[in-house]
Design a binder for this molecule. Structure first.
Ligand SMILES: O=C(O)C(=O)C[C@H](O)[C@H](O)COP(=O)(O)O
Length: 217
């Protein structure tokens, strides 16, 4: 069984989700699964996050459920208790990274500078979220920042400003395991229960990943 980081890399795209209503958890999971995208990052930006994670984890075990926007130890504990299989944060916080490691919980901290990358690496991170990817300077910025660390095998998940239009450029950067973004399952589409639209977005994203991988094979 591949570990969580390997599973994320195999899927190649992580939908970042802010969902408001726990009743939408299972239909959203089904839309993603129908689109061939068995992963969700449920952010702690809404009060519903823990309940959504719990419902998805219990009722749709085929979905790899991560907790996003984990900004403190309490959220981390709640994420673990709710059944999240991994966690992510937009920034690097050594206390949270250590707490996750102590709990044996796979965690992806956010970084935007070589110093943060270095600190994340020293604390044992295997993968980092490059955030806010577009604003920092796009794929060229990540290429430059990652170059001195390339021999260490660290994996990157650029997030923030990634879209269907630039996804291919991000995937070309060495070390990028997956891309992340909100475009697949937007809060307003979840609110409107636009499950077919979300499934279609998921399908398109998966197709773009596969196209890139076949072109390289
Ligand atoms: O919430 C977090 O923990 C984050 O890391 C932030 C999100 O990943 C970005 O807000 C993505 O935003 P888009 O540019 O709309 O794809």
């Amino acid at each position: 069984m591949p570990n969580v980081f390997e599973r994320i890399a195999a899927i190649g795209v992580v939908p970042v989700i802010a969902i408001e209503n726990p009743a939408h958890a299972v239909p959203l999971a089904d839309a993603l699964l129908a689109g061939g995208l068995p992963i969700a990052e449920i952010t702690f930006r809404t009060a519903a996050a823990a309940e959504v994670i719990a419902r998805m984890a219990q009722e749709r075990p085929a979905l790899l459920v991560g907790a996003g926007t984990v900004l403190d130890r309490i959220s981390l504990d709640i994420a673990i208790k709710s059944g999240a299989q991994f966690g992510l944060a937009p920034g690097f916080d050594a206390e949270i990274v250590d707490h996750a490691a102590d709990a044996g919980f796979p965690f992806v901290p956010g970084i935007m500078t070589p110093s943060e990358l270095s600190a994340a690496m020293r604390r044992g991170a295997q993968a980092v979220k490059f955030f806010p990817a577009g604003t920092i300077g796009g794929p060229e910025a990540l290429k430059s920042i990652a170059a001195p660390f390339a021999h260490l095998g660290l994996k990157f998940i650029p997030t923030g400003g990634v879209s269907p239009g630039n996804l291919q450029d991000w995937l070309k950067v060495p070390g990028v395991a997956a891309v992340g973004g909100t475009w697949i399952a937007k809060t307003e589409d979840i609110r409107a229960q636009a499950w077919d639209k979300i499934a279609a977005n998921a399908r398109d994203a998966v197709a773009a990943i596969n196209l890139h991988r076949h072109a390289r094979a």
